[in-house]
Ligand binder design. Structure first.
Ligand code: ZN
Length: 60
């Protein structure tokens, strides 16, 4: 099932994405995350964005 949602990382609205731990991530962010090494500062940014999105979901 496809649904249009807002990406938790780049805030882009798209139906081309996946739910990762119930957090919506567009396919381009997903690809970038996969290709980002864990010691890249960008990786930390992705994790922080996901944590933020996860917290927002819990307390909303
Ligand atoms: Zn995105």
């Amino acid at each position: 099932m496809k649904s249009t949602d807002c990406c938790s990382i780049c805030s882009k609205q798209t139906d081309d994405g996946i739910y990762l731990l119930r957090i919506y991530i567009c396919s381009s962010c997903e690809k970038e995350m996969i290709h980002t090494s864990t010691d890249d500062p960008k990786y930390k940014f992705y994790i922080e964005q996901m944590n933020k999105a996860h917290r927002a979901m819990i307390y909303s």
